[in-house]
Unconditional design. Structure first.
Length: 463
């Protein structure tokens, strides 16, 4: 059987599509209009409706709920948040510690709500294991481990080569760091369960309804306009499709493969009995999970960016990217050399110019937004949604400031990306440098980060 390429994602091939919901039938009004039917939009609808049941909430989705990153991601529910180190520099260490603690708690919050709402998303709380397999990676891993502890993760564990192999037998791994604040899940089961839950609460979901422009109190679509005091933009990697937002967040491409189900004999060799999510300390990093049906789903960067902030339609992936991901799979687990790749797909994630996730409500216009998760959105969307809920309740006089509304990512302003062709040149140059740095670190036993990677970090604006 050949590899299925595209078709949104393996998760949809596995789960199937939900019955389509009707598009917007014409002009209408709401108390809150949410643009985007992914995790951010659906979580926001959920928490707002739970807090204020009489609210009239409308969600507008261009395709179907979970069409974007929410239905294509690696299923990492974990406590990482984009921009924490910058927030520490801007607002002080303790403010960033509060943000990190909120993310730690968010992992448990998603698990709690899924259980409470009977959403079976194959969630397994095995934590997150990140490995090193070169001296330079090991040095970065130890630094990373120390920094995470300094941000309050006292329950994080550093492991040597033998202890790492006892958890997951990654070929050549010389060390790892593990945090309990993570879980594996099935992304589509979560997004479909969440959509059904908010609909049952009385939220109106309109699919096949692309929003072309957002203005204060107006969301314009080809079928009509929704007028509401609050219009919330929850469009992540597809934000560039909106009028005036072409350079707001860059739609960065990420690609994945899923193997056939692996036999018991292979799992005896690989281990992975704890079903941790798995990552590494490479510059062009990988991410993986052991699925509920015993496949390996593994992702990384393929073609990182399409000229003009274009986004794909069906997740189709270049053959060279599929082979590159297979090479990573076999490099990690040589026993999988002859394994069939059942599915390959791609999707986009939102990247701000300073690589900082943000959540904002402009009280003068009623426009709000959240995103720029840089690939760490499965959990961060939940924290963003609860924060948007609190910001709206504060603005409408139902409550005052809360612990969430005072976190340092609230209201953060980011400059726009450069015009073309500069952003295409910059992004492709950055990832070429990262890949070259990874090759050089593997080829030579250097103990420090390759200078090419440091240059790429400066180009990216990460440091």
């Amino acid at each position: 059987m050949s590899t299925v390429n595209g078709g949104i994602s393996f998760w949809y091939a596995d789960q199937g599509l939900s019955a389509p919901r009707e598009p917007l039938p014409g002009d209408t009004t709401a108390d809150v209009c949410i643009v985007g039917g992914g995790y951010t939009g659906l979580w926001t609808a959920y928490y707002l409706k739970k807090a204020v049941p009489f609210l009239n909430i409308t969600v507008l989705e261009a395709k179907f709920c979970g069409y974007g990153a929410s239905g294509r991601n690696g299923g990492w529910l974990y406590n990482g948040i984009a921009g924490r180190d910058r927030y520490a520099r801007l607002h002080g260490h303790e403010a960033a510690v509060r943000l990190q603690q909120a993310m730690n708690d968010t992992v448990d919050e998603v698990v709690r709500v899924a259980a409470e709402e009977n959403i079976d998303a194959d969630i397994h709380q095995g934590g997150v294991l990140e490995v090193a397999y070169t001296p330079a990676q090991l040095a970065r891993l130890k630094d990373f481990h120390s920094v995470e502890i300094a941000f309050g993760e006292k329950d994080r564990v550093l492991r040597g080569a033998r202890e790492t192999a006892e958890r997951i037998n990654v070929a050549g791994a010389v060390g790892s760091t593990w945090t309990p604040h993570g879980a594996r899940l099935h992304p589509v089961k979560l997004v479909q369960g969440l959509a059904a839950t908010v609909e049952a609460l009385g939220v109106t979901l309109h699919e096949s309804t692309p929003v072309t422009e957002i203005r204060p109190k107006h969301a314009h679509t080809p079928y009509g306009t929704v007028r509401a005091p609050y219009i919330l933009r929850c469009t992540e990697g597809f934000t560039a499709n909106l009028k005036g937002q072409k350079r707001t967040w860059l739609p960065m491409n990420s690609s994945m493969i899923a193997t056939e189900p692996l036999p018991r004999s292979m799992w005896d060799n690989i281990g992975w009995d704890g079903r941790e999510t798995l990552g590494d300390m490479a510059h062009a990093y990988m991410y993986a999970q052991r699925t509920a049906d015993d496949r390996i789903a593994l992702g990384g960067r393929g073609v990182p960016y399409r000229y003009g902030s274009r986004t794909d339609n069906d997740g189709r992936t270049q053959p060279a990217t599929i082979e590159a991901l297979r090479d990573i799979l076999v490099r990690f687990f040589p026993v999988t050399a002859g394994v069939r790749i059942d599915h390959a797909w791609s999707g986009v994630l939102g990247v701000p110019r300073d690589w900082c996730a943000t959540v904002t409500l402009d009280r003068s216009t009623g426009l709000g937004w959240a995103g720029g998760y840089v690939g760490s959105g499965v959990a961060t969307t939940n924290l963003a949604a609860r924060t948007l809920r609190d910001l709206i309740q504060q603005d409408s006089g139902q409550s005052g400031p809360t612990e969430l509304t005072t976190l340092p990512w609230v209201g953060h302003k980011v400059r726009r990306w450069e015009p073309e062709p500069f952003r295409w040149i910059g992004v492709h140059g950055m990832y070429a440098a990262y890949r070259a740095a990874d090759r050089r670190e593997i080829a030579s036993p250097r103990h420090g980060t390759d200078p090419l990677a440091k240059a790429a970090d400066r180009l990216a604006g990460r440091h």
